[in-house]
Design a protein around this ligand. Structure first.
Ligand SMILES: Nc1ncnc2c1ncn2[C@@H]1O[C@H](COP(=O)(O)OP(=O)(O)O)[C@@H](O)[C@H]1O
Ligand SMILES: Nc1ccn([C@@H]2O[C@H](COP(=O)(O)O)[C@@H](O)[C@H]2O)c(=O)n1
Ligand SMILES: [Mg+2]
Length: 479
């Protein structure tokens, strides 16, 4: 999508109209550009939004606007359905309609629901701010039949990687626009919109045709001309034909998938590090993943790979400056290793990484954590033997395969309970599933993960695919 966006210079592109001034790579404005658009198209083309001060990434926010009944909600639902990914949430501007007072209700025919003042934009900004900072929010539920908010219930929306905010006036207020990394305008012919609106308001909202037409002529159309249409210029992408435009929706879905894709995990989570791949590394992975390899060969090549991961992990430790004198009498300005260090292996497969760690760090203390599932109810028992002064050390947590992330999270929680600061834990593994990376990084954004390959995902039995089977059994020859 990004490549295609960059090369699409004409006003029309497969039914998806892109503003070529914005999307030609040389003219992409920054989100803080002085043109007042608050345009985040540059971010949209580059990756997820910029990191926050604590190093975690902010969610990617997509604004979807357009006239009433243009198909905004339909388009958003289609995008979310196609993505089939729980890391995308929808926020409707409609939810932030102010409820009518008794007096206003008595003269509802005179109320302008299409004016910006009809929405509680401060509340919308507060909710979006919370979502962007990773907190879940309770969003009001608005009832179009009695023009009020439901007083007892809310819709809980969890923090996500992608937030879609849709509504007729989401591009009107600059503060709301500034939240967005990408803006889509659903452009549908006015006659079609009116026809749909009549049908929707009579069938779904219990109104009569006369009142719908009166409201349309008195408020909806003028407000469209005064507020909605002028905000179209802020759009990065214009979709003609709304939900019927499958080409445009496919392209947008593909774009979001790219943002969420496993190859973007390192962009999403700045603390995930994948060892730079070479043909040697690919060759060793090919051997250990082969179901026909002998146990000695599995151990030999695993050990080689683990040493690479350990060395990479050690590179993330703090250092102090150190000078030494060389045999030529010259001074070498170098660095000294971090001394306060220990390993912790998650028993049993994590123990397979201990030799490689000892080979790299002479005399290193290594603790152990055993996580034992109790029955089928998800409860787990943890046994551990850790260095007494672990709270003062940097911890290299060892487990060769990161699958669901559940055991890793249990182990990390224990380390934190023992006083180890989150940012002093480096989790080392050979293979990671994207699900595990998401699970661990969301919970512990300051911890570092160092891995040698990120696989496709988990199957129905929660095994990493393509993976390499039961690592511990293969390493210790018990398979
Ligand atoms: N492509 C389409 N063809 C036919 N009906 C549609 C189409 N898109 C939306 N509708 C219908 O039109 C009405 C308005 O669509 P909706 O997505 O709610 O628009 P908006 O959120 O922009 O107001 C709904 O009743 C919906 O079912
Ligand atoms: N009580 C209300 C509140 C809003 N409206 C109309 O809804 C339209 C916005 O929603 P869309 O899904 O159509 O974008 C807007 O045009 C309002 O006129 C209403 O009729 N009653
Ligand atoms: Mg809608």
């Amino acid at each position: 999508m990004e490549d295609m966006m960059d090369s699409a210079v004409g006003p029309h592109f497969s039914g998806l109209r892109l503003d070529s001034r914005r999307l030609s790579s040389s003219s992409l404005p920054s989100p803080t550009s002085a043109n007042g658009n608050g345009n985040g198209a540059a971010d949209a083309a580059k990756g997820l939004a910029s990191p926050k001060a604590d190093g975690t990434r902010q969610p990617f926010v997509i604004g979807v606007s357009g006239g009433t009944a243009s198909g905004k909600t339909t388009v958003c639902d289609m995008i979310i359905q196609q993505l089939h990914d729980h890391r995308v949430v929808l926020v409707n501007q409609d939810s932030f309609y102010r409820g009518l007072t008794e007096e206003q209700s008595e003269h509802v025919q005179d109320y302008n629901f299409d004016h910006p003042d009809a929405f509680d934009t401060d509340q919308l900004l507060e909710c979006m701010g919370k979502l962007k900072s990773g907190q879940s929010v309770n969003i009001p539920i608005y009832d179009f039949k009695n023009h009020r908010r439901c007083s007892e219930s809310f819709r809980k929306v969890n923090a996500s990687d992608v937030i879609i905010l849709e509504g007729i006036l989401v591009f009107h207020d600059q503060k709301v626009r500034d939240l967005m990394d990408m803006k889509i305008f659903v452009d549908t012919d006015a006659d079609i919109r009116l026809a749909r609106r009549i049908r929707r308001d009579t069938v779904e909202r219990g109104r009569d045709v006369i009142s719908v037409l009166e409201q349309y002529g008195r408020f909806v159309k003028p407000a469209f001309d005064d507020f909605v249409l002028p905000s179209k210029k802020y759009a990065d992408v214009i979709i003609p034909k709304g939900g019927d435009n499958h080409v445009a929706i496919d392209l947008i879905v593909q774009h979001i998938r790219t943002k969420l894709g496993q190859h973007d995990l390192c962009k999403i989570y700045p603390n995930v590090f994948v060892v730079h791949t070479t043909f040697q590394i690919r060759g060793m992975h090919t051997l250990i993943r082969d179901k026909n390899i002998t146990t000695p060969d599995f151990v030999f090549y695993s050990d080689r790979l683990i040493r690479l991961v350990v060395e990479h992990g050690l590179g993330h430790l703090p250092f102090t400056e150190k000078q030494v004198v060389t045999p030529t009498g010259s001074v070498y300005m170098g660095v000294d290793f971090c001394k306060k260090l220990c390993g912790v292996s998650i028993v049993r497969s994590g123990e397979s990484m201990e030799n490689a760690l000892r080979a790299c760090c002479k005399g290193i203390k290594i603790g152990k954590i055993l996580i034992h599932r109790v029955g089928d109810n998800g409860q787990q028992l943890i046994y551990h033997k850790l260095p007494m002064d672990i709270a003062e050390r940097h911890v290299l947590l060892l487990d060769p395969v990161l699958g669901t992330g559940n055991s890793a999270n249990q182990a990390i929680e224990l380390l934190i309970r023992k006083g180890v600061p989150e940012d002093r834990i480096i989790f080392l593994n050979l293979i990671s599933a994207p699900e595990g990376v998401n699970c661990v990084c969301k919970r512990f954004p300051r911890l570092k993960i160092v891995t040698s390959e990120i696989d496709g995902g988990l199957n129905e039995e929660y095994r990493v695919i393509p993976g390499l089977g039961e690592y511990g059994d293969r390493y210790f020859g018990t398979d």
